[in-house]
Design a protein around this ligand. Structure first.
Ligand SMILES: Nc1ncnc2c1ncn2[C@@H]1O[C@H](COP(=O)(O)OP(=O)(O)OP(=O)(O)O)[C@@H](O)[C@H]1O
Ligand SMILES: [Mg+2]
Length: 334
C-alpha cells in the first residue's frame, strides 16, 4: 500500500511545527478559535499564519468561471443562478439561526475570517482534486473529514467545508454523516433525521439516492447516517461501501461527496472510508492534538494517499482580522 503523501505548504505550519515537529511534512490551514460564550464572534488567526499559504487563487468563485456573453453585456460576471438539485429524496430547510448559534458559516452572511479560512482550505482540496481527476476521476470527488479524537471539530469543519464548497460553480456537494455512533450533522443543521447510509448498506433493496435530502442551500444535499445496528462496523467494511459511493458519484457528475467520520483513534470506520476517498482532511485541534496522535491517526488513514491537515481552534494572536476588512460586504455565498 502506498504511503500517504503529506506535503508541507504554508506558514501556519511553520508555527505549528514548533509544537508538532512536522515542519517538512504537512499541509495545513487554520480555523480560528471561537468564543463559545459569545457567538458568533471568532478569534481571528494571526495574519502571517494564514495569508502566506500557497497561492490558491483567491478570487470569488463567481468571478472565476467563464461569463455568459450572449446575455445583455454587463461589467461584472452574472451571479450564479441556484441550480436545482437532482435529489430523489425529500427536501429540507436549513435553520440559519441554528447555523449562527453553532458558529457555523451562514450562507449569504458577510464574509469573515472563518469563511475566508474555509475558502483557502477548499481551494487547496479542489486543487488536489484536479490533480487526482487525471488518474482517478471518481475518487477525486470524495473527501473524508477525520480527526484523532472526539470533539476535535470534525463535524464543525465538515459542515463548513460543505457550505463553502457548495458556493462553487459547477459543484454540488453531498455531505454524508458517516459517524454512525454519534451522528450530528442533521441535528446541527436543524434538519429532521431519516434513513441514510447505514440503511442502504444493510438493505440492498434501498436506493441510496432516495435517502439523499436536498436543502435550500443551493447545491448542498445531505445523507443521514441511518439507523444503527450491531453490525455497523462490518457493514461499512463490506464491499457494499465502495458500491454505494460509486452510486452516489454516478448519480451526479458534478457531485463532490464529503464524509464526516468518527475519530480515527477510537473507531475503525474512518480507516475503512479512507480506502475509498481521494483525500482526507485531518482536523487537528491546535490546543489538544499531540504529535504522537497525529502520527497514529495518519497511520490509521494510510489507505488514502492525500492527507491534508486543518488546524482547528487556532488562537495564535488575537487582533489579526486581516480578511474582515476586505470582505465586509454581503456575499451571495461562502
Ligand atoms: N473552530 C470552532 N469554533 C467554534 N466552535 C467549534 C470549533 N470547533 C469545534 N467547535 C465546537 O466544538 C464542539 C465539538 O466539535 P465537533 O462536534 O465538530 O467535534 P467532532 O470532532 O465532530 O466530535 P465527535 O468526534 O464527538 O463527533 C461542537 O460544539 C462544535 O460546535
Ligand atoms: Mg462529529
Amino acid at each position: 500500500m502506498n504511503k500517504p503523501i503529506i506535503t508541507k505548504q504554508g506558514s501556519l505550519l511553520e508555527r505549528a511545527a514548533e509544537v508538532y515537529d512536522f515542519s517538512a511534512r504537512l499541509n495545513a490551514r487554520a480555523i480560528p478559535e471561537s468564543d463559545l460564550q459569545a457567538p458568533p464572534v471568532l478569534k481571528p488567526v494571526a495574519p502571517a499564519t494564514v495569508v502566506e499559504t500557497p497561492k490558491p487563487v483567491e478570487t470569488p468563485s463567481a468571478a472565476a468561471a467563464p461569463v455568459e456573453t450572449r446575455a445583455a453585456p454587463i461589467a461584472r460576471p452574472a451571479p450564479v443562478p441556484p441550480v436545482a438539485l437532482p435529489v430523489a429524496g425529500r427536501q429540507a430547510k436549513i435553520d440559519r439561526d441554528l447555523l449562527a448559534e453553532n458558529q457555523l458559516l451562514v450562507p449569504g452572511a458577510a464574509i469573515g475570517v472563518l469563511a475566508e479560512e474555509f475558502r483557502l482550505a477548499k481551494r487547496h482540496l479542489l486543487l488536489t482534486a484536479r490533480q487526482l481527476n487525471k488518474h482517478e476521476p471518481d475518487k477525486a470527488r470524495t473527501i473524508l473529514v477525520c480527526s484523532a479524537k472526539p470533539g476535535d471539530g470534525k463535524t464543525y469543519c465538515a459542515i463548513n467545508l460543505a457550505i463553502s464548497m457548495a458556493a462553487e460553480r459547477e459543484t454540488r456537494v453531498l455531505l454524508v454523516d458517516a459517524d454512525f455512533a454519534k451522528p450530528g450533522i442533521m441535528e446541527r443543521l436543524g434538519v429532521a433525521d431519516g434513513p441514510g447510509l447505514l440503511d442502504a448498506l444493510a438493505d440492498p433493496s434501498i436506493d441510496i439516492e432516495k435517502c439523499v435530502v436536498g436543502t435550500d442551500i443551493p447545491n448542498l444535499s445531505l445523507l443521514p447516517a441511518g439507523a444503527r445496528t450491531n453490525a455497523d462496523v462490518e457493514l461499512v467494511a463490506s464491499g457494499r461501501t465502495p458500491d454505494l459511493i460509486a452510486r452516489l458519484l454516478a448519480a451526479d457528475p458534478e457531485r463532490v461527496v464529503i464524509f464526516d467520520s468518527p475519530p480515527a483513534l477510537s473507531a475503525s470506520p474512518a480507516s475503512v472510508l479512507a480506502l475509498h476517498v481521494g483525500q482526507v482532511m485531518l482536523v487537528v485541534r491546535a490546543d489538544k492534538t499531540s504529535e504522537g496522535e497525529i502520527r497514529d491517526t495518519v497511520q490509521r488513514l494510510e489507505g488514502c494517499e492525500h492527507i491534508q491537515l486543518l488546524l482547528n481552534s487556532v488562537a495564535f494572536a488575537p487582533g489579526g482580522a486581516r480578511f474582515g476588512s476586505y470582505y465586509g460586504q454581503e456575499d451571495e455565498g461562502q
